[in-house]
Design a protein around this ligand. Structure first.
Ligand SMILES: Nc1ncnc2c1ncn2[C@@H]1O[C@H](COP(=O)(O)OP(=O)(O)OP(=O)(O)O)[C@@H](O)[C@H]1O
Ligand SMILES: [Mg+2]
Length: 257
């Protein structure tokens, strides 16, 4: 039986103190992600997507409920252990790349390993392997300011996977890319998922990006609204996603339920 990389149980997130203007961003959300899955999160603005990703990525804490990652309940871990856990088990791809401008492409990719104290002799082959897989071997000696947007994004993807995390968390990873570079990054992510079995959780508002996922969770008003699986072609799935988005939009416009 496959194991779960992420297990979210009855998670609630309330912003603000009691008696003040509280905002219930997540209202008892539950779902699991199996090892090797490529899952998308979609939903209207303000539905709780970023909050959910922040809770899973240990950057924010849940008000209630549990979040297990790779078998560990992160809601019960100490802050000091969380920092190590995050750097070992999670890989991040942000919309704005977050590359360090004064480090080379090679050094940027190597960062998660350097931070874990891996020796430079062991770092080299790992960096070269992921760079090769993402087609950026030729630019390893350059600085971020000297490469294209797509190459920056693939550098960010390489950095997200170089330490073989339990899961990659991506927040609108194609948001800042033109359609050619977006497609290229999505193919890279699809490839990582299919060939290397890397688990991916991606938040996106874009149906085209979402069509690369195998399963999509639609969030509305802090709860799970519906879930769809890709069974046929990516093109067919894209149409299904558009239908689901239209459905959520209609429901929201009616004022819910
Ligand atoms: N730091 C915060 N303090 C108070 N309320 C917040 C905070 N962050 C988010 N919220 C509220 O929680 C709800 C969910 O916000 P969240 O950012 O998770 O939405 P989202 O689905 O990511 O939206 P978008 O698609 O616009 O990025 C919203 O009602 C928002 O106003
Ligand atoms: Mg958001």
């Amino acid at each position: 039986m496959k194991k779960f990389v992420v297990n979210v149980k009855n998670v609630q997130k309330v912003y603000g103190k009691k008696g003040e203007n509280q905002s219930h961003a997540l209202k008892g959300l539950s779902f699991s992600i199996q090892e090797g899955e490529f899952v998308g999160i979609m939903g209207p603005s303000g539905s709780g997507k970023t909050t959910l990703l922040n809770v899973i990525s240990t950057l924010d804490t849940a008000t209630n409920g549990t979040v297990e990652i790779d078998g560990k309940d992160i809601t019960k871990m100490k802050q000091s252990d969380l920092t190590d856990f995050r750097s070992q088990k999670l890989g991040f791809i942000f919309q704005d790349f977050n590359l360090l401008e004064n480090l080379t492409i090679y050094e940027n990719i190597a960062l998660p390993l350097s931070l874990q104290g891996v020796s430079s002799g062991k770092i080299g082959p790992k960096v070269e392997k992921v760079a090769g897989g993402l087609g950026i071997s030729a630019i390893l000696g350059k600085y971020p300011s000297e490469v294209s947007g797509g190459q920056k994004q693939r550098t960010a993807a390489a950095r997200a996977i170089v330490h073989e995390p339990a899961i990659i968390l991506a927040d609108e990873p194609t948001g800042a890319l033109d359609s050619k570079n977006a497609t290229s990054l999505l193919r890279s992510m699809e490839n990582l998922n299919e060939k290397q079995g890397v688990s991916i959780l991606m938040v996106t508002h874009d149906a085209f990006s979402a069509s690369y996922c195998r399963r999509i969770l639609f969030i509305r008003d802090g709860g799970l609204y519906k879930e769809i699986h890709r069974s046929g072609t990516r093109e067919a799935f894209y149409k299904e996603i558009l239908d689901a988005l239209a459905d959520i939009g209609t429901q929201s416009a009616r004022g819910g339920s």
